[in-house]
Design a protein around this ligand. Structure first.
Ligand SMILES: *Cc1c(COP(=O)(O)O)cnc(C)c1O
Length: 394
């Protein structure tokens, strides 16, 4: 038998430039502990454990049975869905949107975010991406041939970027700026005056603002998150991403939307026309039921997470660790105790308490010195995790 010569598949430079999977080492340790019979409590995953409200599931069942929903959907989303988005947006933020030109259905907001640099950034152009930040901003810039430039989010600035301190040279190179408030992973929030400033800078330096508002509805203690589009003139410089994933516990359904200026929406729509064929109509119609139906389910969700937040933050504080209760998102972002790095503290939590958290640098180098706890695990598991942490570190 003749042995075939080994061939290496040539992958693109863009693929090689993507940051390595940040959880590989943690995953390996989790597997090791599991093999030894340790039951792991996982505060690492940001994926709601709460089921999708039944009226939304019922609507999917109904719509999935209708043959007229079985064909290719329209690229920009059903008119019915875009209308529901526009009226939800008007009710929620007081902002009027043209459902034909200023709304686009997405296969989850991640899809839209990942494709946006292809639509509005040129190869070689830079994009300012928050550090720490949701990893998709950075990787989508790399995949589109652009260059990510770190925009530091520092604790002393409430994890808002200091736009005044971005150098002129960086603004010159940049064609895009990503923002995300309420923020993952830091749980920071931004008020309208911050967005006004961001729009001012975006205009002055001619960069496109891409705001990820996936957590607009996951807020606590009476706090209501604004939309970028509440700022006059914002839609001329930017676009905002929304998701049904966190609001209605629909992460697996893959439904989100982009809203903003007609040109940016059309450009993103053009990318999508060439890449995908839209969202299953039955899912869009279930999304309509979510947006137009009773909203008590959202209040219930907020209340569940608030209770978990208070339980976790109370326990962490009782150990003398410095942490503020977040006003939004599904996360608690905590500075690690003195003498620890993110990595060493993550390891200690895992080995002494069987508890998994995400080390801050998984979201960028400025995440060093922090860890992220997620609140998306069932109450009993969260309580058990809290009990173990108290016991191990008391
Ligand atoms: C969860 C999350 C999303 C939502 O993603 P979908 O694709 O809509 O499920 C977007 N941005 C951030 C920062 C998130 O954490």
């Amino acid at each position: 038998m003749r042995r075939t010569k080994e061939v290496t598949v040539r992958v693109s430079r863009r693929i090689e430039e993507l940051p390595p999977y940040p959880f590989a080492e943690i995953d390996r340790r989790i597997e090791e502990l599991k093999k030894r019979g340790v039951e792991i409590i996982n505060f690492g995953i940001g994926d709601p454990d709460i089921p999708t409200p039944p009226h939304i599931v019922d609507e999917l069942r109904l719509q999935a049975a209708r043959p007229e929903n079985h064909r290719y959907p329209s690229y920009q989303g059903m008119r019915r869905f875009r209308e529901a988005v526009a009226s939800w947006f008007q009710k929620r933020f007081g902002v009027e949107l043209d459902p034909d030109r200023e709304v686009l259905a997405l296969i989850g907001s991640k899809e839209g975010i990942a494709h946006f640099p292809l639509a509005c950034l040129n190869p070689g152009e830079a994009a300012l991406v928050p550090d720490p930040g949701y990893p998709v901003y950075r990787s989508s810039v790399i995949l589109s041939g652009g260059r990510p430039l770190d925009l530091p989010l520092l604790e002393e600035n409430g994890f808002l970027p200091d736009l005044d301190s971005v150098e002129a040279a960086a603004w010159d190179k940049a064609g895009m700026l990503f923002l995300n408030y309420p923020n993952n992973p830091t749980a920071a929030v931004a008020d309208l005056s911050f967005f006004e400033k961001a729009v001012f800078f975006a205009r002055r330096h001619q960069v496109i603002l891409a705001h990820d508002n996936a957590y607009s509805e996951i807020t606590y203690d009476g706090y209501r998150a604004p939309s970028l589009l509440e700022v006059p003139g914002a839609r001329e410089v930017g676009l905002e991403f929304h998701s049904l994933s966190k609001t209605y516990n629909m992460t697996g359904w893959r439904l989100g939307f982009a809203v903003g200026g007609a040109e940016a929406i059309a450009a993103l729509g053009k990318v999508k026309t060439n890449v995908d064929s839209g969202v299953f109509n039955a899912i869009q119609l279930a999304g309509v039921a979510a947006l137009e139906g009773p909203q008590e389910c959202v209040e219930d969700t907020r209340e569940k997470y608030r209770r978990r937040r208070d339980e976790l933050v109370g326990a962490l504080r009782s150990l003398g660790w410095k942490v503020d209760p977040p006003r939004a998102t599904l996360y608690v972002w905590m500075r690690v105790p003195d003498g620890h790095s993110s990595e060493s503290f993550t390891r200690e939590l895992l080995e002494r308490a069987g508890v998994v958290v995400v080390p801050g640098p998984a979201y960028g180098p400025r995440g060093e010195g922090f860890v992220r706890f997620s609140l998306t695990l069932p109450d009993e598991e969260l309580r058990e995790g809290v009990r173990r942490i108290r016991e191990a570190f008391a």
